[in-house]
Structure formats: structure tokens, C-alpha cells
Design a protein around this ligand. Structure first.
Ligand code: GLU
Length: 260
């Protein structure tokens, strides 16, 4: 009998601990419900992913559609969504200081970043591309020996370019810039020969004088990121990504934006 009582107390303690742990975990979702709006950091200069139409002022794309699906799941209404413009440099700090609940902004999942943020399973993969002046005569990565390549700070690009150059046995110098418009300006003024980042991002900077080469240097897998401590939110988000994939909805969204 005594043994049984001890067992019972142990079991109840376990259950008690379990439920309080669960309640603590759900606090991150409750906070969003109490606020009544989901705050998401998105790109505003990446056509088809997160792009603010200068005419309508509306930000739209695949990343925004995913944000809407998550808002619907948590708040029952896809319009209970507040987007905030982020860049490669600002998106991490905005998650850290709680200004946004999620970042859905062409954010590549890497082992290193997983130490700082939760990432959902990948919802899209794109490759790093090369934007050059048509007049430069550069046709492929192998033509970059001795050339200068502009990349963004806090982007995956620099490492990939350097590894690829080493593999090809050519010498490429990378220069880091704080934003994509600055890289484009440097390309136009010939301070650099190449603007490199994910092809999807380059598309936003393509004009009559430039071309995106066929080379794709990596597979950048995009995930939805949340603050590392927000584990219940991360689990919910991954559930939404899973549902969007299983129902075929993610494919439909990609087709809608010309990404499939
Ligand atoms: N997707 C790449 C990264 O996460 C490029 C940077 C960007 O998304 O702006 O590093």
C-alpha cells in the first residue's frame, strides 16, 4: 500500500510538472492571442517572396501567404497580421528583441543559425546567383578570376562564393555591404564586377543593363524562424508548414507566384 501511495504521488508530481511545463510553453502563443495580431518580419524588395508594390503600397508574395496561413491558425483570421520590413542584417535582432514573432524573409536554414533561432522545415529552395553588367562579358562563374564580388553582410553568400572559388581554383575577392541597394549602386559604378545573392533576391535588382547568369551556386532552403525560447510557437508553425505541404496548398501558392 505504501509503495502504491509513493507511486501515486510520484505519478501526480510527474503529471503536475508536465502540465505546468506545457502551460509555460504555450505562453508564447497566448501572448499573440492576447495582442490579437501576429507580427512578422518580411522582405519588401524580393519580388514573388516579399515585395511592396510601390503603386498599391501592399506587401505580397509567397512569404506573406505563409504568414497569413499562420495568422489564420493562431487567430482565426489571416488578416490579423502585421508585417514589418526586414533585411538580412536586421531580421535576427528583430526576433531577439521580440519586435516580431516570426521572420519569413528568404531566411536560409543553416546549422549555425539553428543555434540562435528555431527554423521550420524548408518551404522553398533557391540558389545563389550572379548579377553582372551585360557589357562586362562575364558569362559564368569560371570567368570571375580576379573579379570583385559584392555580397550582403549576414548573408550566406560570402562563404559559398569563397568555397566555390577555392574549388574552381580561381581568385575572387568579396566585398560586404549593409544592404542590397548599396551593392547594386556599387555594381553600376563599377566598384564591383558582380552582385551575388539568392537569385530570387537578384530579380528585384534586374534592369536593362544587367543579366542574371545561369549558374546557381547553392541550395538555399528557406524556413520560418522564431525566437529560440518560443518552442510552442515553433512547433505550431512547423505544423502549419506540414499542413500546407500535405494539402498541396504550398504548391498552389508557389504556382500563383510563378515559382513552380
Ligand atoms: N537567403 C540568404 C540568407 O539567408 C540570403 C540573404 C537574404 O535572405 O537576404 O543568408
Amino acid at each position: 500500500m505504501r509503495r502504491f501511495t509513493t507511486f501515486l504521488v510520484g505519478l501526480l508530481t510527474l503529471l503536475g510538472l508536465g502540465s505546468s511545463a506545457l502551460a509555460a510553453e504555450a505562453a508564447d502563443i497566448q501572448k499573440i492571442k492576447d495582442r490579437g495580431v501576429l507580427k512578422v518580419g518580411v522582405k519588401v524588395d524580393v519580388p514573388k517572396f516579399g515585395y511592396k508594390d510601390p503603386k498599391t503600397g501592399v506587401t505580397e508574395g509567397l512569404d506573406i501567404d505563409i504568414a497569413k496561413a499562420i495568422a489564420k491558425k493562431i487567430l482565426g483570421d489571416e488578416n490579423k497580421l502585421e508585417t514589418q520590413a526586414v533585411t538580412a542584417k536586421t531580421r535576427g535582432p528583430l526576433l531577439d528583441n521580440g519586435e516580431v514573432d516570426l521572420v519569413i524573409a528568404t531566411f536560409t536554414i543553416t546549422e549555425d543559425r539553428k543555434k540562435s533561432y528555431n527554423f521550420s522545415d524548408a518551404y522553398y529552395a533557391d540558389g545563389i546567383g550572379l548579377l553582372v553588367k551585360k557589357a562586362s562579358g562575364i558569362k559564368a562563374f569560371k570567368d570571375l578570376n580576379g573579379k570583385k564580388v559584392g555580397v550582403a553582410q549576414s548573408a550566406t553568400t560570402k562563404k559559398v562564393i569563397q568555397e566555390k572559388a577555392a574549388a574552381e581554383g580561381i581568385k575572387v575577392t568579396t566585398f560586404e555591404f549593409g544592404s542590397y541597394p548599396e551593392i547594386k549602386t556599387a555594381l553600376d559604378s563599377k566598384r564591383i564586377d558582380v552582385f551575388s545573392v539568392d537569385a530570387s533576391i537578384l530579380r528585384g535588382y534586374l534592369d536593362d543593363t544587367t543579366v542574371i547568369l545561369d549558374d546557381r551556386l547553392s541550395a538555399e532552403e528557406y524556413g520560418v524562424a522564431s525566437k529560440l525560447s518560443n518552442t510552442a510557437l515553433a512547433q505550431l508553425v512547423n505544423g502549419v508548414i506540414g499542413e500546407l505541404k500535405a494539402s498541396g496548398e504550398l504548391d498552389k501558392i508557389a504556382v500563383k507566384w510563378g515559382l513552380k
